[in-house]
Design a protein around this ligand. Structure first.
Ligand code: PSV
Ligand code: MN
Length: 425
């Protein structure tokens, strides 16, 4: 299915007068505070969040998976789905491939198809947390950190292969997430696991093409429950530093113990110019893979506050933004539209923070004023800014309503069938 721009324009028509009224009111309100709404709209319109190839099907838990109808069963269909999302919200212009779940076996064709929807390839993801068909060795007891050099070599070779696939489709970065670790005390030697991991990463790093980057993702637990080889930002940062310029850390919002101050991690990594990538999702307990902003929107806003501050005041390189969520209840496309929207809103809220007053409040230890400034931004209804950013790029004012109005899922079920299952977890 392809959504024609003209269709979206028509759908926008009925909502347009109200939208323009809301926007005008908000612009006046912001103007009164010395904030130029147009420059914020411009920034929002330029912001693109990549969609992972594994999020377009219904995710599962270890207890079951309830697939919905019309799920994409091939890479082409996944690209088509991201194209639909991008047509609706004009800010999902990237796709992130997970190898071996989504191998671009005909790279030219894959590239062309993506281009036809205005999509680029974001970071490619390696996968040594599952065994691959035809591989000689198992990753049951680890991959890049494994005690057996043959297993490590196989995992390194896989990462090199992923870089090659990435090169072929025009990607320029690799994300490495390891499930390596231990589930029982005494199972492994911590120092040795670190050293093996670093040495393996070094071999992968040496294969990166000139302009490429590698993002080191951390996670405190799961699937291992006693230790993980790269459990936290400190370990990821040490490794990125030891590897070199092209390596940086990747923050996945679901990869922290409860109540961790993620915004502080973001601020410090950006100060060190070592924040490279971001995986968005939300959670109540751990890596729950819930829709971005559904449980802790204020935390998301505080994180964006630090991201915006870091983007303005540090030399941290441009970040690679991606959704990383796939749960088992909603229509995945609606879920992704909601996630991207939540990101845009948090970004917009962070952009309207009165930084001048905030800095003054901080300098004067005026704690109450600092809170007022932040909460004033958080409580401002900035939705018209995000809607306008979509509209000027020919997206829908209300993506979910447009998705439903166009009966996209029904159409996909007609095309692909009621019982289809996507690759992924
Ligand atoms: C692991 O939990 C993770 O966050 C990594 O980014 C994986 O690539 C992704 O989820 C999919 O399993
Ligand atoms: Mn992730």
């Amino acid at each position: 299915m392809i959504i024609d721009n003209q269709k979206i324009l028509e759908i926008n028509k009925s909502r347009l007068p109200n939208h323009l009224d809301d926007l005008e009111r908000l612009k006046n309100h912001l103007n009164g505070k010395g904030i130029n709404a147009d420059s914020i709209i411009e920034k929002l319109a330029a912001f693109q969040v990549a969609i992972p190839s594994w999020a377009l099907g219904t995710g599962g838990t270890r207890f079951g998976r309830f697939s919905g109808g019309g799920e994409p069963v091939s890479l082409d269909q996944k690209i088509e789905d991201v194209g639909l999302l991008h047509a609706l919200n004009a800010c999902s212009g990237g796709i992130s491939l997970h190898i071996p779940w989504d191998i671009p076996s005909d790279a030219d064709h894959t590239k062309q198809l993506a281009q036809s929807f205005g999509l680029k390839f974001d970071a490619v993801n390696s996968n040594t947390f599952q065994d691959h068909e035809g591989d000689k060795y198992s990753y049951k007891f680890g991959s890049l950190s494994h005690v057996n050099k043959d297993v490590r070599d196989q995992a390194v070779a896989h990462n090199k292969e992923v870089i090659d696939y990435g090169k072929a489709v025009g990607s320029d970065s690799l994300t490495v997430w390891l499930s390596d670790g231990t589930t029982f005390p005494g199972q492994a030697n911590f120092r040795q696991a670190y050293q093996h991991t670093l040495a393996s990463l070094k071999e992968i790093y040496d294969q990166l093409p000139e302009e490429w980057k590698v993002f080191i993702e951390y996670k405190p637990f799961e699937p291992n429950f006693y230790s993980m080889s790269i459990p936290d930002w400190g370990t990821s940062y040490m490794m990125a530093n030891q590897l070199g310029e092209k390596a940086s850390c990747l923050v996945d919002l679901g990869h922290h113990l409860p109540n961790t101050n993620i915004e502080q991690i973001v601020a410090i990594l950006m100060m060190q110019n070592k924040l490279g990538g971001f995986h968005f999702n939300d959670s109540k307990y751990a890596d729950d893979d819930l829709t971005v902003g559904c449980v802790k929107p204020y935390q998301l806003f505080l994180i964006f506050s630090e991201l915006v501050d870091g983007m303005n005041n540090t030399n941290n390189p441009n970040l690679s933004w991606m959704i990383d969520a796939s749960h088992n209840l909603k229509d995945p496309m609606e879920d992704l539209l909601q996630s991207v929207d939540a990101i845009m809103m948090a970004y917009a809220q962070a952009l309207i923070i009165d930084r001048k007053i905030l800095i003054e409040a901080q300098q004067n230890n005026d704690v109450s004023l600092a809170q007022e400034v932040l909460q004033d931004a958080f409580r401002t209804d900035i939705r018209p800014l995000a809607a306008e950013a979509r509209r000027i790029k020919q997206g829908a004012l209300q993506p979910i309503s447009a998705y439903r109005y166009l009966k996209v899922r029904k159409e996909l079920i007609k095309e692909r069938g009621e019982k289809t299952i996507s690759t992924g977890l």
